[in-house]
Design a protein around this ligand. Structure first.
Ligand SMILES: Nc1nc2c(ncn2[C@@H]2O[C@H](COP(=O)(O)OP(=O)(O)OP(=O)(O)O)[C@@H](O)[C@H]2O)c(=O)[nH]1
Ligand SMILES: [Mg+2]
Length: 433
């Protein structure tokens, strides 16, 4: 790891009341002395004039967090300055003139926290997701991960695995003495089975955890003039799409991010599906059909005089629009009217139910594909170990499978075999984190 002292703007870019610039590494004390003439007492704010060789920079609240009890584990200083782009750039350039000091790369502070054992990989993934969270359910899930929900569980799983491994090793040691105790072997088998059950339970909820990070994609499709754009505007609570009585109004895909009960959704308005000679409309229809393939859920809208069926694609909710023009209720459709408001609450309830079903209650343990694959691989190794123990083929090979399972679990929190993915993970961070 580089020995450089790194610094970056930790708060948002642009004008603001306060901007925070953070600094981490061996030169922190030198920089503090150079800029404010002192090193503040640990973890207490001091109000000081920041000065460089060119004169005063700004008045700032300055904090000092000596390592190892800091976010990165190194000495850290924080400058809370006035949030003007000119102040920020003046301070950043003053910092860059100190020896061995440079601007941080994306995620570099967190990467140091990982290297110095302040956080593990699952904590860091939670932190990334917390910064990216847009809805309340996403925030809750990310905060839990950042505070160690998955990490602690992995640690507990690894502890029980270690106990099982110790039992197996002791059987190997004694196996040349006459009787390998079948009681002990049975105990090992039961413990492995219990562990597999907990891992599988976590995997069963992983779809929900992963989806909550990514959001649910709902496509709104149907024949032209069905009222698709009108409904999208209603759900988005703003005029995102043009509405008109002319069939074929919408051509492009219009994506609108939404929140429903704290769950993240993306609603996509599409071109009305019909045969057309207009090449632009044809392209719109092609895009609508192809996007429908990737959506999680579809709303298939038809007006009372339209009887088209939805194309292959996601699960469709059949919606009859313009119910105000309909003399009778249509039992296999959800009927609604934007003119009278009838059926709109039913649609919202239905969407909330679909979201709740697909996202779960937001307490999934596994929230990333990477974690799922590692736990999946651990389960496979555990099953292999079980087979070997049951048919008594080889204790040594079973022990090896258990070790392998341990490595897979270890990779979830980054203790083994994750170097290759770190670069891409930290690139997900903004600079300054
Ligand atoms: N009577 C009635 N008319 C509606 C209702 N909802 C929408 N409309 C009208 O239906 C017409 C078509 O609405 P749009 O939302 O543009 O329909 P669309 O499905 O997006 O149409 P394309 O983009 O052309 O595929 C407009 O004139 C709307 O005002 C409704 O609930 N009742
Ligand atoms: Mg439209």
């Amino acid at each position: 790891m580089s020995q450089d002292t790194i610094f970056a703007l930790a708060s948002g870019v642009g004008r603001s009341a306060v901007a925070i610039i953070r600094l981490s590494g061996l030169q922190v004390k030198t920089c503090l002395t150079g800029l404010i003439g002192m090193v503040p007492p640990p973890r207490s704010a001091v109000l000081k004039q920041l000065r460089s060789d060119d004169g005063p920079i700004d008045q700032a609240l300055v904090l000092y967090f000596p390592g190892p009890h800091s976010f990165t584990g190194e000495d850290i200083a924080e400058f809370q300055v006035h949030g003007s782009p000119a102040v920020v750039s003046c301070l950043l350039s003053a910092l860059s003139r100190f020896p061995d000091c440079r601007l941080a790369e994306a995620g570099e502070f967190s990467r140091r926290a990982l290297s110095n054992g302040k956080m593990d990989l699952a904590h860091i993934e939670g932190l990334i997701d917390l910064i990216d969270s847009e809805t309340q359910m996403q925030r809750k899930q990310a905060l839990r991960q950042m505070q160690g929900y998955l990490s602690d569980t992995i640690a507990a799983w690894r502890r029980s695995l270690l106990q099982v491994m110790a039992l197996v090793e002791s059987q190997i040691d004694f196996s040349d003495e006459e009787d390998v105790s079948s009681v002990d072997l049975q105990q090992v088998v039961t413990r492995i089975q219990d562990l597999i059950a907990s891992l599988q339970q976590a995997l069963a909820q992983s779809d929900q955890g992963i989806r909550l990070r990514e959001g649910l994609v709902i496509i709104v499709a149907g024949p032209p003039n069905a009222g698709k754009s009108s409904l999208v505007n209603y759900l988005a609570k703003k005029d995102v799409a043009i509405v008109s009585p002319i069939a074929g109004t919408t051509r492009d895909l219009i994506e609108v991010p939404l929140q429903l009960d704290g769950f993240p959704l993306t609603l996509i308005d599409t071109a009305g599906l019909r045969e057309s000679y207009d090449p632009i409309e044809q392209e719109g229809v092609k895009r609508a059909l192809s996007r429908a393939q990737q959506a999680d859920l579809g709303l298939w809208l038809t007006a009372p005089d339209q009887h088209e069926h939805p194309p292959a694609g996601p699960d469709w909710i059949l919606v009859r629009t313009k119910a105000d023009l309909l003399p009778y209720a249509d039992s296999d459709h959800l009927s609604l009217s934007l003119h009278t408001g009838v059926g709109l609450e039913d649609l919202l309830q239905r969407l909330k139910a679909e979201a709740a079903r697909r996202f779960g209650s937001g307490d999934a343990l596994v929230t990333r594909e990477r974690q799922r694959q590692a736990i999946d691989a651990a389960v496979l190794s555990l099953f292999r170990a079980l087979d070997r123990l049951k048919d008594g083929s080889s204790l040594e090979l079973a022990a090896e499978d258990l070790r392998l399972a341990g490595r897979c679990l270890g990779s979830v929190i980054g203790v083994v075999g994750v170097e290759a993915m770190l670069d891409s993970l930290f690139a997900e961070f903004c600079i300054g984190k």
